[in-house]
Design a protein around this ligand. Sequence first.
Ligand code: NAD
Length: 484
Amino acid sequence: MNLHSTIATQNLLIDGVRVAPRSDRYFDTLNPATGEVLAHVAEAGPEDIDIAVASARAALDGDWGNMRPADRGYLMLKLADRIREAQDELIELESLDSGKPVSAIRRQDLPAVLDTLTYYAGMADKINGTVVPARPDALTYTVREPIGVVGAIIPWNFPLMIGMWKIAPALACGCTVVLKPAEITPLTALRIGELAIEAGFPIGVLNVVPGFGKVAGQALVDHPDVDKVSFTGSPVVGRQILRSAAGNLKRVTLELGGKSANIIFPDADVDAAVRAAGSGIFFNTGQVCSAGSRILAHEAIYDEVVEKLAARAKSMRVGNPTEASTSMGPLVSEVQMKRVLDYIDIGIKEGASVVAGGERVGDTGYFVAPTVFAGVEHDMRISQEEIFGPVATVIKFRDDDDALRIANGTVYSLAAGVWTADINRVHRFTRKLKAGTVWVNTYGPTDIRLPWGGARDSGFGREHGEAAIDNFTEPKVVWVNTGR
Ligand code: NAD
């Protein structure tokens, strides 16, 4: 399929139609594997955001708000059908725009999108209130109402999947959505918006407004008629969003960064641990909020872990993401590539040693070799700051207390892994690790049925599972005086 001819110009999706931005401004989205322009994309400005929010509000007050919850669920299932039918196109589009290997999108992202949509479709008519027998002279009960118009702002590392993590629970709860994809990867979000219309969603239920964070994103967060902002991205922007949301005290959920520790003890299956540690940091070119970017290896197996991880890094097939055999694609942009190469320089200057990778691959596209640093100290910048690239730091620890001190010693609390055969240690570590998710003898799996999120600089609130229903509903108490 030659997508280039069909996606050359991408307009906003507002009120059920593709429209040019009021400003008539467009920006380019590039293919990170080649650096070539993929499409000219409409840049939403504050006026466009106003129109999109008004459309979402009208849908909420109209057809969507008056629909039976079960019918909302059926529409979501129809959207899942449309996504399934269009999956080859979506996979190719996501790969071209983000540089993710097609094989990974087919195996992981697309199934997760369908799973998310199906899971929440089933929940649409099960969002129950409770009768609470508070008094003998009244019937008192709660209902859960949609929170209203949701501004969903997403990053570029999993555009399809993170988009659906927000859209699906919001729609199940009866909310309407204005989705702002990351400026680097806007294409699949627009296509999902179109598929929703084809599936029969009333206009205005899902509006998609690509544009820049400081303009379109900011306008959405500032908007007085947006009731809730669901954000995934960097801690810097997360803080800004929190401040801006204070305007009308809108509700906010923040899923931010991480610097997760993956701890390996000598009594573990070291080969399995190193295999998982490799995918834990190199999957999606390391652009994963829960990447196991700090590999903590006990001193007795430190050299073995370094050697085996370096061998894994060197054996990875880095290349064209549209080829089925590719295991690691490029970074998403030139900016991100430079940031990662800068961190590699910083690590070398700090005295850590590169035992695999450490450089750019080729001079076309934004490829960096899977990189392993050994001799990393806990207080180095490469072991404290989120690099968001294929850079593993391997840190030595002496004993359990040392491992916990290092693992918990960053500003983040998103995820952690521990590899051990000692059941007491398992429970001690799952209790003491500061993380929203702790993996034991595995690293990285997530499931839409389980709450996801973190604390401190990793954000607050939980997405996924039933937790997401709380994010998109507002409880209401009804008190009916019955007399005695
Ligand atoms: P980013 O914060 O720069 O951008 C994320 C989104 O926010 C984009 O759509 C952007 O346009 C928008 N944005 C930027 N400035 C804004 C503003 N002032 N107001 C409103 N919106 C604004 O992050 P990024 O570089 O796109 O993504 C990488 C970061 O996201 C990493 O730090 C990573 O850890 C984090 N992340 C976290 C999770 C998670 O689940 N916790 C998942 C993926 C990525």
